[in-house]
Write a protein that binds this ligand. Structure first.
Ligand code: URA
Length: 251
């Protein structure tokens, strides 16, 4: 019952349930703002998300439908003011149907925890919902989504963001930033910068993808990981700031 305090000024880490809220587990609330207590989710948002999820799980809008094991729709707190958007599912996500459950996901969980958060505080999804991979030397190797795959999948991402209507979006990695901030996004130059001119949320920023961080070693790894921690902390503070500025009638 402490989640609504998380995005207040008190930045101390605190115990919260980490179980992602779903239409099934959500307790209905009449509060349409994101500042509802943990365990109380806007029924309408949860119901709407469940309604979008259903056709997404059987989507055949692109050829990735032929090779996927699971559609990785997204999960978390549909009432959260903070949405994290990654590029797309990898092997572990394809196997489980859940976003960010491989090594990159473990790092993301750690980084959230270092900022006093867990998956119950945020909504997590990807630009594409099915694994993009090529068959090479007898095994599937992840590849970036093709433009037409991302375009075909866009309808689901747009619907998710329209339902959650977050105050803040963090793009996890350059491809998500290219989809949500601007098409020529350069993660080296533009990470950590706040953009307010996008249609999806008042504030959008991109950070390093944990999979990129995991490919580094030594001081480079430490510095990149620290940047990721700081960017997620900055996102939490941006929610607090935006809440103070936002006219109560918006969102
Ligand atoms: N990388 C992503 O971008 N998304 C996931 O869900 C997992 C790894």
């Amino acid at each position: 019952m402490t989640q609504y305090l998380l995005f207040d000024d008190n930045l101390e880490a605190r115990e919260v349930a980490s179980t992602p809220q779903t239409a099934e587990t959500a307790v209905p609330s009449t509060d349409t703002h994101a500042a509802a207590p943990m365990g109380a989710v806007d029924e309408d948002k949860a119901t709407r998300m469940a309604r979008v999820r259903e056709p997404a799980l059987v989507c055949t809008r692109c050829d990735l439908a032929r090779t996927r094991n699971h559609v990785v729709f997204g999960e978390g707190n549909v009432e959260s003011p903070l949405v994290l958007v990654g590029e797309g599912p990898g092997e572990n996500e394809d196997a489980t149907g859940r976003p960010f459950v491989g090594r990159a996901g473990v790092m993301l969980d750690e980084v959230l925890k270092e900022n006093g958060m867990n998956r119950g505080h945020v909504y997590i999804c990807n630009v594409i919902k099915c694994r993009a991979a090529n068959f090479e030397n007898g095994r599937l190797v992840n590849r970036p989504p093709r433009v037409e795959e991302a375009a075909a999948c866009r309808t689901w991402l747009d619907a998710q963001l329209e339902i959650v209507r977050p105050l803040v979006i963090v793009c996890i990695g350059g491809p998500a930033a290219s989809a949500l901030i601007h098409p020529n996004f350069a993660i080296t130059r533009e990470r950590g910068i706040w953009f307010s001119n996008t249609p999806h949320a008042p504030w959008v920023m991109a950070t390093l993808h944990p999979a990129y961080v995991l490919r580094l070693s030594g001081p480079g790894y430490e510095a990149a990981r620290q940047r990721l921690v700081e960017d997620i902390g900055s996102a939490r503070r941006k929610v607090i700031e935006a809440r103070k500025q936002r006219p109560p009638t918006l969102f």
